[in-house]
Design a protein around this ligand. Structure first.
Ligand code: CMP
Length: 139
């Protein structure tokens, strides 16, 4: 099924200068880049983006980290792209990620796991709505 998913290259990924390498991994996997931009996240965006984490003890630190530099935001498109991006990124905790995944290769710990990726089609639609205008998308 043709799907869309959102990937953010988080501030720790920006600081490591691995933006090009991360995008290359998605391109080599045959995914289409449908949108790409630099975004400065704000607390109101993060309150909605991470609504399911808002009551967790790590939320204030997560928010601070996510706003510490602009992030690269992209929409990737393709057949089964949500699961494929999940596999290329690896699980949330870099310590549990397999070699060759982005989070294993560049991540440090859960707060510094280099990338965000949408969990589901519903999450992707919400995240696209928060960061992209219809005119940003080139399907
Ligand atoms: P992300 O895919 O952006 O979704 C939520 C983020 O919260 C996650 O990646 C991690 O960076 C962070 N996170 C999840 N669990 C924890 C935790 N136990 N402690 C600190 N940060 C966490």
């Amino acid at each position: 099924m043709n799907e869309q998913t959102v990937v953010l290259i988080k501030p720790d990924g920006m600081e490591k200068h691995v933006v090009g390498e991360i995008i290359t991994r998605f391109e080599k996997a045959g995914m289409k880049l449908a949108a790409l931009k630099l975004v400065q996240l704000t607390q109101p965006i993060l309150d909605t983006w991470y609504a399911h984490h808002k009551d967790k003890p790590f939320f204030p630190e997560l928010s601070k980290q996510m706003m510490s530099t602009p992030v690269v935001a992209m929409v990737l498109e393709g057949d089964g792209v949500i699961q494929k991006v999940f596999d290329i990124c690896g699980p949330t905790d870099p310590a549990e990620a397999a070699p060759g995944t982005i989070r294993h290769d560049f991540g440090v710990d859960k707060p510094h796991n280099v990338v965000h990726r949408s969990d589901s089609a519903e999450a992707a639609a919400k995240e696209i709505g928060l960061l992209f205008a219809a005119s940003d998308l080139h399907s």
